[in-house]
Design a protein around this ligand. Structure first.
Ligand code: UT7
Length: 349
């Protein structure tokens, strides 16, 4: 039996891009700092009143179109998001309804930035099930809701920022400058060409480090939401950026080596290392530790920032559409995020 492979892709970035200079209006940061420390120049934000499922709709439609399939062909939806439309239900069933294929089984995956690697494993297992031929995997994030500034007009330069808001946003600037919104979608099916498709996986989760990146609010409290909790920013991520960075640059090279070994391929045989886009500096250290040339580690973080569960499908879509990613190439996907969850997948496209 051949492995699973990507037969279609799409992406959607909402609204206009916000530059680093825009962010410097509402908090103490600078274009120079953000560029040097992350490689990010701009990002998009989900508009008020829309959610992850809305961003996912155009990305999913493009993925179906590029595969020559329709909504009726989707046998299963896997929805990767850490910013769902609602606390419940998940965004998967909303997407099914919005796409016009209600009744399609839909599963939300909460493995944050590493969700795509987990989704490949799930899709591989599901595609061994009778009657499942096409799976839509979507990564979509609407982080705008947890951005620390309260006045979006100030970000647009339409109103002055209040001293209180500026101070609050500056307190959370470490995470606020890196995240952006967007959606990417992949349609996956079992490959009909022997020797192609998913060749190996290496996956890990370790909750001992869960406090390095978390949103503190949740059902440990009763009631789970009060105005005090909102004031105390319990609904805003707490990220120990340095620690997450440290884990990423040690765990990602290990998982890449493990996945390649399991697939029986050398690092030098891999055409592309498609990495989660959290910070260009992380991916530079990872590739240096692996001894991989820069041209094999594509980056688009400059344009979108860190779109969490959406970075890998957005990058894959760009590369498929501009012709970089072609049939027959060997790809290693790698990602690490809150959980911690991390892993790598090797696929012959
Ligand atoms: O998506 C998966 C999960 N997330 C990640 O993988 C993120 C991993 N971590 C990172 O990408 C980086 O740690 C950050 C980009 C978040 C931060 O970069 P850093 O180089 O680790 O900076 P730092 O937190 O060590 O801060 C260095 C300095 C500090 O000033 P002092 O104490 O040296 O005077 C910070 O206060 O930079 C200051 N700083 C900022 N300055 C301007 C922190 N954030 C900012 C900012 N603008 N946005």
């Amino acid at each position: 039996m051949s492995g699973i492979t990507i037969v279609g892709s799409g992406r959607y970035l909402p609204g206009k891009p916000y530059t680093n200079q825009d962010l410097a209006r509402v908090m103490d940061t600078s274009d120079e700092w953000i560029r040097q420390r992350t490689g990010i120049e701009q990002r998009h934000y989900c508009p008020e009143g829309q959610g992850a499922s809305d961003l996912a709709v155009p990305a999913a439609r493009l993925a179906l179109e590029s595969a020559g399939r329709t909504e009726a062909d989707i046998d299963y939806i896997i929805f990767n998001t850490m910013t769902p439309d609602h606390i419940l239900p998940g965004s998967g069933p909303l997407l099914g309804a919005k796409l016009g294929c209600p009744g399609t089984p839909a599963l939300d995956v909460r493995s944050q930035c590493a969700a795509m690697i987990y989704s490949f494993q799930l899709a591989d297992a599901l595609l061994k099930t009778d009657g499942i031929r096409s799976i839509l995997i979507v990564g979509a994030e609407a982080h705008a809701g947890f951005m620390p500034w309260r006045n979006w007009n100030a970000l647009d330069g339409l109103e002055p920022v209040s001293a209180d808001d500026y101070q609050r946003s500056t307190l959370h600037r470490g995470f606020a400058v890196i995240f952006g919104d967007g959606a990417g979608a992949l349609l996956v099916e079992r490959s009909s060409t022997p020797g192609t498709g998913l060749l190996s996986l290496d996956l890990h989760s370790d909750g001992r480090y869960s406090d390095e990146l978390r949103i503190p609010a949740g059902f440990r409290r009763r009631p789970y939401a009060t105005s005090e909790l909102v004031e105390d920013a319990e609904f805003i991520p707490r990220m120990n950026g340095r620690e997450v960075f440290r884990h990423a640059v040690s765990k990602l090279p290990q998982t890449v080596r493990a996945a390649c070994e399991r697939a029986g391929v050398g690092l030098d045989e891999v055409d592309w290392f498609i990495a989660h886009q959290a910070n260009d500096r992380i991916n530079r250290v990872v590739r240096e530790r692996l001894g991989v040339p820069p041209e094999k580690v594509p980056s688009n973080i400059r344009s979108y920032g860190n779109t969490s569960g959406a970075t890998i499908p957005i990058l894959v879509d760009e590369m498929r559409r501009d012709g970089r990613l072609r049939a027959g190439q060997l790809v290693c996907f790698l990602a690490l995020g809150a959980g911690l969850h991390w892993g790598a997948a090797v696929m012959r496209i």
